[in-house]
Write a protein that binds this ligand. Structure first.
Ligand SMILES: [Zn+2]
Length: 433
């Protein structure tokens, strides 16, 4: 019994997991790049192999969950009795809730014998890169336990290059690139280029991205490792550093962060109705006094975002300022948002907020002629005019890592395809027209 169990498990593992050696074909190296520079990485976890597997394949059956059918119904249809199914579900519960199984999920069942009445294990492909094995315990036929296995994923690098003719999307489509990668590209350069308005004909882009492979099949994309975007006369370069890990960010080749300390506006939509000035006639107080901020006209309820990461240092009603939030961004900068209708739920003094987080809504509380956001910006506690000002970027690559960063930048930038390739694509598409 025990030997049979191990052997059938190996057989089922082999049906779904990687029993073949790892793929060794490399990403297509761009011109001028040595193929040795295109590295292959592989995660751990390897499947077991067994000499007995050929013999026992007849004890394994393969299935797929159908649309609208539950795990329970699917197994009942295979004449597995209710109490066994419930034990299987119970055994898997802690590792993976079987009610989340979607239509199309493949699974295999290993049986004790050819008549396929008595299951010993079930293996489900719960994700592109992971499988769930639920097996009956050795010592007792009553208990089932589950183990999740992450299949070995191979990462290879893939490169794309494009030229904008009508739109960014079309330029990706033309070179057969997954449109989701264009979204990722625009996220890399979100602080440099306003992709909703500034993309123009002739703009060029190129990128190197990780491609995930499981069992010789492409299962999806990893991170963009390096990219360039040529917008008119300007070329922006972004390099991911460190390549792996939660602290990765995109930097220019010199190590400066691509991320700016502040986003351009606290409102997604809304226009400046009154700028910062040293003296203006106050519409309600009817006196001349400085306007220490920028007014944005927007309908009541429009979400207001904090322009940068920081800590809420003041929140609540504040006389003529109405409902106000003040955020300290760092030792130098703070911002205030006035006349708000209300605050985002859960915010309080001391809350930490992230850049772009909604902190409240446009209103007309306090001394206000109509709904608007009065936005005040302080540098070292003094009001300054934020419009048209250049603010510092987020932290650059730390000085003690700069030489390591520069080495990596050199290597990864050489993986980008040559710009001439893009010109070729452009030229050939013109010929086809
Ligand atoms: Zn104002």
């Amino acid at each position: 019994m025990v030997n049979l169990r191990i052997a059938t498990l190996s057989a089922s593992l082999c049906l779904l997991a990687a029993c073949k050696p790892q793929a060794s074909d490399e990403a297509k190296a761009p011109p001028g790049t040595k193929s040795s520079e295109v590295e292959m990485e592989s995660t751990s976890a390897s499947a077991k192999t067994s000499n007995a597997r050929e013999v026992l394949t007849s004890y394994v059956s393969e299935h797929e969950f159908q649309k609208g059918s539950s795990f329970y119904n699917s197994l009942r249809a295979l004449n597995i009795d209710s109490s066994t199914i419930l034990k299987i579900v119970d055994g898997a519960k802690k590792v993976f809730p079987l009610q989340d199984i979607g239509a199309g999920t493949q699974y295999s069942i290993a049986w004790t014998s050819e008549d396929k009445t008595d299951p010993v294990s079930i293996e489900l492909r719960i994700a592109a890169d992971s499988s769930l094995l639920i097996e009956r315990n050795n010592d007792s036929d009553l208990e089932w336990t589950a183990t999740k296995t992450v299949l070995p994923t191979t990462i290879q690098r893939k490169t794309f290059i494009g030229v904008v003719d009508t739109s960014l999307w079309e330029s990706a489509d033309l070179v057969g690139m997954d449109p989701s990668l264009i979204t990722n590209l625009t996220e890399v350069f979100a602080w440099q280029v306003d992709f909703s308005r500034q993309v123009r004909r002739g703009d060029r882009w190129r990128l190197t991205v990780e491609q995930k492979i499981v069992n010789d099949k492409v299962i999806g994309w990893g991170n963009i490792l390096a990219a360039e975007y040529e917008n008119g006369a300007q070329i922006f370069t972004g390099v991911r550093y460190p390549q792996i890990g939660p602290n990765a960010s995109y930097y220019a080749a010199n190590g400066n962060s691509l991320k700016q300390l502040f986003i351009k506006s606290p409102l997604k939509f809304g226009r400046v109705t009154s700028g910062f000035s040293k003296g203006r006639f106050h519409p309600i107080l009817k006196i001349m006094r400085p306007h220490n901020g920028v007014d944005y006209g927007a309908p009541v309820g429009t979400p207001i975002m904090t322009i940068g990461h920081g800590t809420v240092v003041e929140i609540g009603p504040h006389g003529g300022s109405g409902n106000l939030i003040k955020i300290q961004h760092n030792g130098t900068y703070s911002t205030a948002y006035l006349h708000m209708k209300g605050f985002a739920a859960g915010l309080h003094k001391g809350s930490v907020v992230e850049q772009g987080q909604v902190i409240g809504y446009v209103g007309a509380t306090g001394l206000a002629t109509g709904p608007h956001l009065h936005f005040a910006f302080y540098e070292n506690g003094v009001y300054v005019d934020p419009l048209g000002r250049k603010f510092p970027s987020a932290d650059p690559v730390p000085a003690n890592e700069l030489s390591k960063f520069q080495k990596e930048v050199g290597t990864v930038l050489r993986t980008l395809p040559d710009w001439n390739v893009a010109q070729h694509v452009e030229a050939s598409s013109t010929r086809n027209n």
